[in-house]
Design a protein around this ligand. Structure first.
Ligand code: NAD
Ligand code: DAU
Length: 376
């Protein structure tokens, strides 16, 4: 079936993987990557798609309601996959207003544009898919600080480290308890999406995913920042004691889940996405040092002394752990990659793409748009 789909935030980390998957898998779809190109948007992430007949880039701010509405009308859009957001917790602590504007008002602008375009012609065949985060549920207790065997296993958690740090997991019906300005803004946007479904019948679907890792992640987030610092022998700033727990998922497994849910998820539903793959930060960091040093041919332990404990993040959530059984049982999704293998693949990618890392850290990547699109 021919479809015209806007993917917002497609020049960012997860968005670029979703755009690539859709452009390559569905040549019959028109894929429009809509992105404002903030500091986090990088067209180098999509270089391989330039020139593909079913791919188009549009530099648009989701908060610009008129621009969004006219693009939707012009392109006869029947699907929106919404990833555009301010996504970094530390930035939200410094600048909460930008997070409220982009994540809440930007989402509202897309919802209203979708409703105005689709309501008059009927919602049949239309879909508004909102990508959210597990952080909206708040933080879980760490009742098992030494770790126990988790009740569920997936391919992601099938390696030597197979632990859960508490009995409770985030489920879809859990109450929202966001702690950071980032997660508060994402929680608010989730509420607006649900409200548009319940009030106007907009065919929405919401997913809440755990921490992603993989190629093209902006090196302000733990994994790419630390790989870059190990490579350059710079200090690794570990917040607090490094005891906080995150549940890691390879980004392409998230993109596959998005593809499945966009096509087969039930309107009005929420699905959690995660691989039952809990790790304490300090254990991830030690794995990153071991893997990076091995791939760089440095002796084992050569960079252990880069670990530097620093002041904790304000309001630092202790433990995230997603229960994704609904998605697994209802739609048959499974993670495809075990974590240590995924980390090796990821570290190798950053080391093989040091020009990408250098381009981002120097700010050069922000010139790509002008070079590629200014004169078109
Ligand atoms: P990112 O920061 O790498 O990318 C965000 C993208 O959105 C960038 O390309 C940026 O230019 C664009 N953008 C920002 N403001 C915009 C605006 N006003 N108009 C248009 N585009 C704008 O983020 P990410 O890590 O890829 O996350 C993508 C989405 O997934 C976010 O909604 C985030 O909340 C969610 N999420 C992320 C993770 C994770 O681990 N990274 C996990 C779960 C959910
Ligand atoms: O859970 C999903 C969320 O995961 C997404 O919604 C967010 O967009 C994404 O940024 C991520 O949030 P986190 O805050 O968990 O990710 P971050 O990479 O910033 O940090 C991971 C953990 O590492 C967290 O406990 C804080 C810690 N950390 C992070 C940085 C950048 C450090 O100890 N030192 C650091 O320098």
């Amino acid at each position: 079936m021919k479809r015209s789909i806007i993917i917002t935030g497609g020049a960012g980390f997860i968005g670029s993987h979703v755009v690539r998957l859709f452009v390559n898998k569905y040549p019959e779809y028109q894929i429009i990557c809509l992105d404002k190109l903030t500091y986090a948007g990088n067209l180098a992430n999509l270089k391989d798609l330039e020139g593909k007949p079913n791919y188009k880039f549009e530099k648009v701010d989701i908060c610009d309601f008129d621009a969004v509405l006219s693009l939707m009308k012009l392109e006869k859009v029947d699907g929106i996959i919404h990833l555009a957001a301010e996504s970094h917790v530390d930035r939200s602590i410094k600048d909460p207003f930008t997070f409220a504007k982009t994540n809440v008002l930007g989402t509202l602008s897309l919802l209203q544009a979708a409703r105005l375009c689709w309501e008059p012609v009927g919602y049949e065949g239309k879909r508004f898919y909102h990508i959210s985060t597990d952080e909206v549920y708040g933080a879980l207790e760490m009742t098992r600080p030494d770790g126990v065997n988790p009740p569920f296993t997936t391919k992601a958690s099938s390696g030597s480290h197979h632990l859960a740090y508490g009995e409770e997991f985030f489920t879809e019906d859990m109450k929202y308890q966001p702690h950071s300005p980032y997660s508060a803004a994402k929680a608010s946007s989730d509420h607006f999406v649900r409200a548009f479904h319940d009030t106007y019948g907009l065919p929405t679907v919401v997913t809440n995913c755990s921490n992603n890792y993989g190629p093209y992640q902006f090196p302000e987030k733990l994994i790419p920042l630390f790989v870059n610092n190990i490579r350059l022998r710079k200090p690794l700033p570990v917040y607090g004691k490094g005891e906080n727990v995150r549940d890691w998922l390879y980004v392409e497994d998230h993109a596959r889940a998005i593809d499945l849910i966009f096509h087969e998820g039930k309107a009005g539903e929420t699905y959690n996405i995660g691989g039952f793959n809990e790790w304490k930060n300090i254990d991830v960091i030690k794995l990153l040092i071991r893997t990076t040093d091995r791939l760089l041919g440095r002796p084992e332990g050569a960079d252990d002394d880069l670990i530097t404990y620093v002041t904790d993040r304000a309001g630092h959530d202790l433990r995230y752990a997603i229960d994704s059984r609904k998605l697994q049982s209802e739609l048959g999704w499974e993670p495809s990659l075990q974590f240590e293998e995924g980390i090796e693949k990821t570290v190798r990618w950053y080391l093989d793409n040091q020009d990408w890392l250098d381009g981002v850290t120097s700010g050069d990547y922000q010139k790509y748009y002008d070079e590629m699109y200014r004169n078109r």
